[in-house]
Design a binder for this molecule. Structure first.
Ligand SMILES: Cc1ncc(COP(=O)(O)O)c(C=O)c1O
Length: 410
């Protein structure tokens, strides 16, 4: 069957999906067929205001014109070759990504196809660097409670949520991780021993409830890494590509890591990710030390190049900072709000009742897309092209949704 010949009803699409797929996702009740800028359109012609951005991916807007044009041109020319030949998109994108870290900060990159894979590469690089230098026992990583690094085994093992669905049923996890309370610097200092190789955190915890690292904590981790010769890894999968007000979130803290992972918003909708590292750590990966069929795919690098260039040219990090501040101030006036957290356009609104699922559902019925975390947090990660007027519209829908959801819980 050719896709162009398919003519299914919404009910049939739902039926096929439920019958033929292993479903692990709570689906939104519509079929997405088109997207542009701040909106996603369903099969019945409804337009949804997109405040989840494909989960912090569509940073330059849904179906950004330049990303689409670049990808179309690239796909028509060459889609995939593996990493044996040199390629123009890889070479140019690598230069851009390294230059975005500032003079002499992070100097080399390695590509993967997702955020989880990017974190696998970061963990492997840190372990290799440490065990090459200090011997086979020095491979432990300290990671944060309530952190999130992905669903593959290494990334899930690094995820400090041992009692959650991420780990329960999948144990034993990979050996070598200790989970420490986020923003509690003293606890990290106390946890370091002779087998510690690296520290890995998100500069702002995303999936764990949108919790920004404090300046003291992020700087303190850098100091601890320097003092004990540990690799400091920042997971920028969700915070990167302009989301928090600077191209990389660590730039907002003025604290550079030794290794960082990226994915999501840097690719703009294609499966893309990777790591950046400084010379010292990057040198631990020699020929054959790591590899991937799709990481660094020509078409994905072409799309990522267009996406990152758009983020830079349109000054989207600055927009994220300005509109994010406006939106968070406004959210603080919502009924039943307990706390508004975040940085730039990585925004979490925590309510004083367990209504997140209902708020999200009522929002969707009124054509606003958000995501729920836990029982009482709504997370919003819209495209970074979002305007204050878009935020006003989202706010009005949210306000009505909160009031309705509260009534339902009574
Ligand atoms: C901070 C962080 N790291 C890693 C990941 C995993 O990325 P992916 O889903 O692309 O594997 C995510 C996904 O939400 C994330 O937020």
């Amino acid at each position: 069957m050719q896709l162009k010949d398919v003519n299914l009803t919404k009910e049939q699409i739902v039926e096929y999906t439920e019958k033929y797929m292993i479903e692990t996702y709570p689906r939104m009740p519509f079929v997405a067929v088109k997207a542009k800028d701040m909106y996603i359109y369903d099969s019945e012609g409804n337009a949804y205001l997109d405040f989840y951005g494909g989960i912090a991916v569509n940073n330059a807007g849904n179906c950004n014109e330049k990303v689409v044009a670049t990808l179309q041109a690239q796909v028509g020319q060459i889609m995939h070759t593996f990493n044996y030949p040199y390629s123009i998109p890889q070479a140019v994108l690598s230069k851009l990504l390294v230059e975005q870290t500032g003079q002499g900060k992070l100097t080399k990159c390695f590509y993967q196809s997702s955020g989880s894979e990017a974190n696998e590469a970061a963990i492997k690089l840190a372990r290799k660097w440490s065990t090459d230098k200090y011997g086979p026992n020095r491979f432990y990583g300290l990671t944060a409670l309530k952190g999130f690094h992905g669903r593959t085994y290494g990334a899930a093992s690094a995820t400090g949520q041992p009692e959650s669905v991420i780990q329960v049923g999948f144990k034993p996890m990979l050996e070598g991780f200790k989970y420490i309370e986020y923003n509690n610097l003293k606890a990290w200092e106390d946890a370091i021993d002779e087998n510690t190789a690296f520290i890995m955190v998100e500069p702002v915890q995303g999936e764990g409830g949108v919790r920004p690292g404090t300046q003291e904590f992020i700087q303190g981790l850098r100091d601890l890494a320097d003092k004990h010769d540990l690799a400091l890894i920042f997971d920028e999968v969700q915070t990167g590509a302009g989301r928090t007000g600077t191209f990389w979130a660590w730039q907002g803290f003025g604290v550079a890591p030794d290794i960082m992972s990226f994915a999501k918003g840097t690719g703009g909708g294609v499966p893309f990710g990777g790591i950046l590292a400084n010379d010292d750590k990057a040198a631990a990966f020699g020929p054959g030390a790591h590899g991937t069929t799709y990481g660094g795919s020509i078409m994905c690098c072409a799309a990522a190049l267009a996406q990152c260039q758009e983020i830079i040219d349109r000054k989207l990090p600055a927009n994220a900072e300005k509109v994010g501040a406006y939106f968070r101030d406004k959210l603080a006036t919502l009924p039943h709000i307990k706390e508004v957290r975040g940085k730039g356009l990585l925004v979490g609104a925590e309510f004083d009742f367990p209504g997140a699922a209902a708020i999200k559902k009522i929002g969707i019925a009124n054509k606003l897309l958000t995501t729920a975390i836990g029982t009482s947090i709504i997370r919003m990660v819209p495209p970074l092209i979002v305007t204050e007027a878009d935020c006003d519209k989202a706010f009005d829908i949210l306000k009505a949704a909160v009031e309705e959801a509260y009534k339902q819980t009574k």
